[in-house]
Design a protein around this ligand. Structure first.
Ligand code: PDD
Length: 301
C-alpha cells in the first residue's frame, strides 16, 4: 500500500488505515467490504439500521438501541440475523478492532440477497448484516456544540411510518442537502398542519419563554430517538417541565431555546431557524446543561 492510498483513506483522521468492517460473518478491511448487487437493501432500501454512540470505548445505550432494532425488524418482518448477545459481541469486537474511543457504531440489517422481486424473498433467505465503527474528534464536536447550529424548515414528505428506523432515507438525504445548500446543518420537517415533526437525522426540541421543554410525542410521525428517551429520564430526575406535543415553526421562532438530539449529536443547540436567531442567537443555557449531564443518565457497557 503506497503513501498516496494512505492519504486517500484519511490517514491522520484516526485509525482509517486499518478500518475493519463486519460483513455477514466476517471481519474484512473496510475498503474491501462489499454486499451483493442483489442485496435487498441496495435494491429496495429493504432494511433497517442503528447508530450508537461510542464513548471511552464503550457503547452508549446498547440495550435501548437493540430494543429499537428488534422492533424495527419485527415491524418489517425481517428476522434477527443472530441472537442478541451474539450481536452484542460483534458490535463490541467491531469497536475494538477499529480502536474507536469516541465515535459512532453503525449497524445495518437487510432482508438479504435474492433475485429481484418486490415481494419478500423465499423463506430461509438470510438477512444481511453490516457493522462499521469510526472515531470522531470529540474536541471538534464540543466546539460545534459551543457554536450551535442553524436549521431550516422543509415540508414533511416522508412515509407515515418513520418510527421504523429504515434505511430508506431519500427524503432525509434531500432535506439534509437543502440545509447544507442554505448554509445550515439540519432541516426540520414540518407537517401539513405547520407542526415540526423532527429533523432529518435528529429529534427536535424547543424551550418556551416560560421555561417548558417541548418535543413531539412519539407517534408514527417521528423516530423514537434513544437520546430523546434518555433525556426524558434526565428531565424527570431534575424536575424540569416537559410537554410532549407538536409545536409549530412559529412557536420555534419565538422560543427561548431550541436544540436537536441524536446519538451522534447528543444535545446540539440550535441558534438559528430559517435565518432567524433563536433567543439571543447563542446556545441556550438549558440545552448546554442537558448536554453536559447527558452521559450521567445514558447506559454504558
Ligand atoms: N439518526 N430522528 C431521525 C430521523 C434520525 O435519523 C435519528 C437518528 C433521530 C435520533 O435518534 P437517536 O437519538 O436514537 O440517535 C431522530 C442517526 C444518528 C443517523 O441516522 O445517523
Amino acid at each position: 500500500m503506497g503513501t498516496l492510498s494512505l492519504q486517500g483513506e484519511g490517514w491522520g483522521e484516526g485509525h482509517a488505515l486499518s478500518r475493519i468492517a463486519y460483513v455477514n460473518g466476517r471481519y474484512v478491511p473496510h475498503r474491501a467490504a462489499c454486499v451483493h448487487v442483489e442485496d435487498r437493501g441496495y435494491q429496495f432500501s429493504d432494511g433497517v439500521y442503528e447508530v450508537c454512540e461510542v464513548r471511552a470505548g464503550r457503547l452508549v445505550d446498547e440495550r435501548r438501541h437493540m430494543d429499537r432494532l428488534e422492533r424495527s425488524l419485527k415491524e418489517l418482518r425481517i428476522a434477527m440475523p443472530m441472537p442478541r448477545n451474539a450481536l452484542g459481541v460483534v458490535l463490541r469486537e467491531t469497536v475494538a478492532r477499529n480502536r474507536v474511543r469516541d465515535g459512532i457504531l453503525y449497524l445495518q440489517i437487510t432482508r438479504g440477497v435474492a433475485r429481484r422481486d418486490h415481494a419478500f424473498p423465499p423463506p430461509g433467505t438470510a438477512p444481511s448484516i453490516v457493522v462499521t465503527a469510526k472515531g470522531y474528534d470529540l474536541d471538534r464536536l464540543e466546539q460545534g456544540a459551543a457554536d450551535g447550529i442553524a436549521v431550516i424548515s422543509v415540508p414533511e414528505n416522508r412515509w407515515p411510518r418513520v418510527d421504523i428506523k429504515s434505511v430508506s432515507l431519500l427524503p432525509n438525504v434531500l432535506a439534509k442537502q437543502a440545509a447544507r445548500d442554505a448554509g445550515a446543518k439540519e432541516a426540520w420537517f414540518v407537517d401539513a398542519a405547520g407542526r415540526v415533526t423532527e429533523g432529518s437525522s435528529t429529534n427536535a426540541w424547543i424551550v418556551t419563554r416560560d421555561g417548558k421543554l417541548v418535543t413531539r410525542q412519539t407517534d408514527h410521525a417521528i423516530l423514537r430517538g434513544i437520546t430523546r428517551t434518555v433525556l426524558l429520564d434526565l428531565l424527570k430526575d431534575q424536575g424540569l417541565r416537559l410537554e410532549e406535543r407538536p409545536f409549530s415553526v412559529e412557536e420555534a421562532y419565538a422560543a427561548r431555546e431550541a436544540f436537536v438530539t441524536s446519538a451522534s449529536q447528543i444535545v446540539m443547540p440550535v441558534v438559528q431557524i430559517d435565518g432567524r436567531p433563536v433567543g439571543n442567537g447563542a446556545p441556550g443555557l438549558l440545552a448546554s446543561a442537558l448536554r453536559r449531564d447527558f452521559h450521567k443518565y445514558a447506559e454504558s457497557a
